[in-house]
Design a protein around this ligand. Structure first.
Ligand code: PLP
Length: 397
């Protein structure tokens, strides 16, 4: 069977195999501790659920405009003004079926065959596949813990060619949790505006930031960079609304219109009552969010300290999101029970089989010297899981 080149080039999720193995072990009654969570382990706040129920009850169950209901687009514009000092009007905003969908719309609207897209690694898994689906070529810029997983302006300049169309920024980052500083962003924006390269800024972890740090949107650094930036955000992470599928993009009118045209002929509008619930999420009480951030911070502090106490493993302190990206390089090229542990994939597999702990291999994010641990997991499981990881590492010979 011959599939299109476009689709044949997409790789299946490298993390899926391990997830399904862990699931199977659980079904067999094995006590598997999972650090794979890519979503908050909190319930959606009840006032948000109530808003959806109210919308359902009042019959708001029909098509809405493709780009989203007026109330939500206005709430999003107010959010941009208050949180990021960004002035957008509703024509600059497109609501989509999750931030992932917003990203997909943006990449397909901007990129085509022979374009190059600069992507710092470690990167969130879906970017690279979306770039490939558009026909463009990803150009990976490698960062590591020595530079706090932040791409330097020099690295960015060095990766630019006449074909460069787009740069993808994700701060705070999945999988590293690192955030770019204002100075970093000023340098990056200077380079992008000079070379007229579009920027997609994925700010989905904006609200999950610790130690009183302030998130800065690159688009807020001036009109020039704002004119070539598409800001991506959504409800999933901040409001524990991963299943509701509401994300949004803001950017130059022409790009947003192109994205909206694509969405017109693929999904049409995102779910009507989920949009009404999102208005409540953005404009209602933010108390649950504050509590969640406080809890994540506690867990992060514990996890960083505990991981760094394990001989051979280390992690930098993430400033945001809910992941620790753990360096396992010192314990590679060893084995356990005859299983060779040579990279993040074999480490992950051996850890699951021998210690019943599921993690995500860094190789899935472009760097196989690391594993990703999520702390969207109860404190008790974090404690038990890290103990198991420690004794597993000790058994490697
Ligand atoms: C979770 C995530 C998204 C997608 O979120 P949606 O549920 O599609 O809104 C986008 N980018 C990153 C980096 C993420 O981790």
């Amino acid at each position: 069977m011959k599939l299109s080149k476009r689709i044949a080039s997409i790789s299946p999720s490298a993390t899926l195999a391990i997830t399904s193995k862990a699931k199977k072990m659980k079904q067999e009654g094995i006590d598997v501790i999972g650090f794979g969570a890519g979503e908050p382990d909190f319930d959606t706040p009840s006032h948000i659920k109530d808003a959806a129920i109210k919308a359902l009850g009042s019959g708001l169950t029909k098509y809405t405009p493709t780009s989203g209901i007026k109330e939500l687009k206005e709430a999003i514009c107010r959010k941009f003004k208050v949180d990021n000092n960004l002035d957008y009007s509703p024509e600059n905003v497109l609501v989509s079926c999750g931030a992932k969908h917003s990203l997909y719309n943006a990449i397909l609207t901007l990129c085509e065959e022979n374009d190059e897209v600069i992507l710092p690694s470690p990167y969130w898994v879906s970017y690279i596949e979306m770039i490939k689906a558009s026909g463009a070529n990803p150009v990976i810029v490698k960062t590591d813990k020595e530079s706090s997983f932040r791409m330097t302006p020099k690295q960015l300049s060095g990766a630019i060619t006449p074909r460069t169309k787009l740069f993808i920024l994700n701060s705070p980052s999945n999988p590293t949790g690192m955030a770019y500083t204002e100075d970093d962003l000023i340098s990056i924006s200077g380079i992008l505006t000079k070379r007229n390269i579009f920027c997609i800024s994925d700010e989905i972890y904006e609200k999950l930031i610790y130690d009183g740090e302030r998130h800065i949107s690159i688009a807020s650094l001036g009109e020039k960079i704002k004119d070539i930036t598409i800001v991506i955000n959504g409800m999933s992470k901040a409001y524990s609304m991963t299943g509701w599928r509401i994300g949004y993009a803001a950017g130059p009118r022409e790009v947003i219109q192109g994205m909206s045209n694509l969405q017109d002929h693929s999904t049409s509008n995102p779910t009507s009552f989920a949009q009404y619930a999102s208005v409540e999420a953005l404009t209602g009480s933010q108390n649950e969010l504050k509590e969640m951030v406080a809890e994540f911070k506690k867990r992060r502090d514990f996890m960083v300290e505990r991981v760094n106490a394990i001989k051979g493993l280390s992690t930098v302190r993430p400033q945001g999101a809910f992941y620790c990206f753990v360096d396992i390089e010192p314990v590679l090229n060893k084995s356990i029970n005859g299983m060779a542990v040579k990279d993040s994939f074999s480490f992950t597999e051996a850890l699951l089989m021998n210690a019943h702990v599921a993690v995500v291999p860094g190789g899935a994010f472009g760097d196989s010297r690391y594993i990703r641990l999520s702390y969207a997991v109860s404190m008790e499981d974090i404690k038990r899981g890290l103990e198991r990881i420690e004794s597993f590492v000790k058994r490697l010979v």
